[in-house]
Design a protein around this ligand. Structure first.
Ligand code: TRP
Length: 439
C-alpha cells in the first residue's frame, strides 16, 4: 500500500527498542510500585501478571499488526482497514484523546524527577542531612505549583523538540544505551535493598498473595496498569507498528520481547522499592509519592548516595522521556498524516495544550487522580477491547497469519486469535462492569 515515503525502523531491534522505550517509563518505576502498594501487594502483582499474559500480550500483538498492515496512524489505520467513513475510526479518536490526557499529567510527574535531579546534585543525599529533610523534598515539591510548572514546562519542551525534529534515530540510539543502564542501576538497588532489615517483609509483600484483598476495583486497576505500562489501548503501538515495513515478519515475536522487558522492569522496581519501604517504616499504600519518598530515604543511607540518586533520577527522566515522546508522536502523526499539518507545528501546538492541561495537576491532586483514572481505567481498556475485536474479526486473517509463520509463535496463532476475538474482550468487559458495580 503506502510504503513509499513513509519512514521506517532501521532494523527489527530498532523497533523493539523504540517500542520498549515507549512501554518502559514512569509506569514501571513509579506507577507499578505505588499501585501494588495501594492494592494489597502480591495479589495485585499476581492479577497484573495474569493481565499481562492474557490481555497485554495478545493485544499488543494486535496493535502492532494493525499498524503494520495499514501503515497509518491510529485514526488512519481504521480508515484504511474499515473504510473512510467507517465508525471504527472513533476508536482512533479515543486514542488521541487518551494521549492528551496521559501526556498532561505524565509530564508533571516526569518533572518531579527533574526536581529530584536538582536536589541530588545540590547534595541533599550527603551524610549529615536528616531523614525528615529528605522525605520533605517530595511534599514541598508537590505543594509548590510554580516549581512543578517550571519542571513540567522544561520536560514538555524537550519532548516537543524531539518529536518536532522527528529524530527517531537519535532516540533509538539513546534507548539502546540508557535502557541497559536503567536495568543495571535497578539491579544494584535491589542488591542494596535485600541487605536491609525490612528485606523479608518487602519480598513477602511482593510474593505472598492475600486473596482477601482481591476486589473488582483492584482487578480493574491491575488491568489499567497493564495497558498503561505496555502503552496499549490508544494507538501508540499502532503508530510504532506502522513504521515497520509491511513485509517485515515476526512483529508478533518482537511484541513478545517488549512485553518481557516491560514486565521484568516493573517487577524489579517493586523488589527494589518494598524492602526499602518496610525497612524505613513507611506506608506502602501512600500513593503517587511512594518511590519519591522511599528511594530517597535509601539514597540518604547508602554510601555514595548522591551519585546513585543522581544517576537514578536521570535514568527515570530518560525513561519518562522516551515514553512521553510516543504519546506526543501519536497526536502529531495523526495531524500530519490526516491533515497535512507540518510535524513541528503539530508537536509544538499539541505539546503546548498538554502543558496547559497539566498545570491543573500541579494545583490539585484530585485532578491528577481524575485524569489518571479516566485514562487508565476507562479510555485505555475501552480502546484496547475495540482494537482487539477489530483485529480479530475484521482484519484479513491470512495477512496477519503470515506474520506468525516460520516462528516459534506460528503454533500459537489460533490461541492468539481466540484471545483477541473473545477471551480478552470478554475479560475486560466483565471486570469493567463489575468495577462499575453493575453486577
Ligand atoms: N507506557 C508508559 C509508561 O509505562 C506510558 C505511556 C507511553 C503510555 N505511551 C503510552 C501509556 C500510551 C498509555 C498509552 O510509563
Amino acid at each position: 500500500m503506502q510504503e513509499i515515503g513513509r519512514s521506517h525502523w532501521g532494523s527489527r531491534a530498532g523497533f523493539i527498542f523504540a517500542a520498549a522505550g515507549s512501554a518502559v517509563g514512569l509506569g514501571n518505576i513509579w506507577r507499578f510500585p505505588y499501585m501494588t502498594g495501594e492494592h494489597g501487594g502480591s495479589i495485585f502483582v499476581l492479577v497484573y501478571l495474569l493481565a499481562v499474559a492474557f490481555l497485554g500480550l495478545p493485544i499488543i500483538i494486535a496493535e502492532v499488526l494493525l499498524g503494520k498492515t495499514t501503515q497509518r496512524n491510529p485514526v488512519g489505520a481504521f480508515k484504511t482497514a474499515a473504510g473512510e467513513k467507517s465508525p471504527w475510526q472513533i476508536v482512533g479518536f479515543i486514542g488521541i484523546l487518551a494521549a492528551f490526557v496521559i501526556l498532561s499529567y505524565y509530564s508533571v510527574v516526569a518533572g518531579w524527577s527533574l526536581g529530584f535531579i536538582y536536589k541530588s546534585i545540590a547534595g541533599v543525599f550527603e551524610p549529615g542531612h536528616s531523614m525528615e529533610e529528605v522525605k520533605k523534598i517530595f511534599t514541598s515539591l508537590t505543594s509548590s505549583p510554580s516549581h512543578q510548572i517550571f519542571y513540567h514546562g522544561i520536560f514538555t519542551a524537550v519532548v516537543i523538540a524531539i518529536v518536532a525534529a522527528g529524530v527517531q534515530k537519535g532516540i533509538q540510539r539513546w534507548n539502546e544505551i540508557l535502557m541497559p543502564a536503567l536495568l543495571f542501576i535497578l539491579i544494584g538497588l535491589i542488591a542494596y535493598s535485600f541487605t536491609l532489615p525490612g528485606a523479608m517483609p518487602g519480598i513477602k509483600f511482593m510474593l505472598q498473595p492475600d486473596f482477601a484483598k482481591l476486589t473488582g476495583a483492584s482487578v480493574l486497576a491491575a488491568i489499567g496498569q497493564c495497558f498503561f505500562s505496555l502503552s496499549l489501548g490508544m494507538g501508540a503501538m499502532i503508530t510504532y507498528g506502522s513504521y515497520l515495513k509491511q513485509h517485515d515478519h515476526r512483529a508478533s515475536g518482537s511484541a513478545g520481547w517488549v512485553v518481557s522487558m516491560d514486565t521484568g522492569i516493573a517487577l524489579l522496581a517493586g523488589f527494589a522499592v518494598f524492602p526499602i519501604v518496610f525497612s524505613f517504616g513507611q506506608e506502602p499504600a501512600q500513593g503517587p509519592g511512594l518511590v519519591f519518598v522511599s528511594l530517597p530515604a535509601a539514597f540518604l543511607q547508602m554510601p555514595g548516595g548522591t551519585w546513585v540518586a543522581t544517576a537514578f533520577f536521570i535514568l527515570l527522566f530518560v525513561a519518562a522521556l522516551t515514553s512521553a515522546i510516543s504519546l506526543l508522536e501519536v497526536i502529531t502523526a495523526y495531524f500530519s498524516d490526516e491533515h497535512n499539518m507540518p510535524r513541528h507545528l503539530g508537536a509544538a501546538m499539541f505539546g503546548f495544550i498538554c502543558f496547559l492541561t497539566g498545570i491543573g495537576v500541579t494545583y490539585s491532586s484530585g485532578y491528577f487522580d481524575f485524569l489518571d483514572k479516566l485514562a487508565s481505567n476507562y479510555l485505555l481498556p475501552l480502546g484496547a477491547v475495540s482494537i482487539s475485536l477489530f483485529v480479530g474479526w475484521r482484519l484479513n486473517k491470512e495477512i496477519i497469519k503470515s506474520d506468525f509463520e516460520g516462528t516459534f509463535y506460528a503454533k500459537t496463532f489460533n490461541v492468539w486469535l481466540w484471545c483477541i476475538r473473545i477471551i480478552s474482550p470478554v475479560l475486560v468487559i466483565i471486570v469493567f462492569l463489575n468495577a462499575l458495580g453493575l453486577f
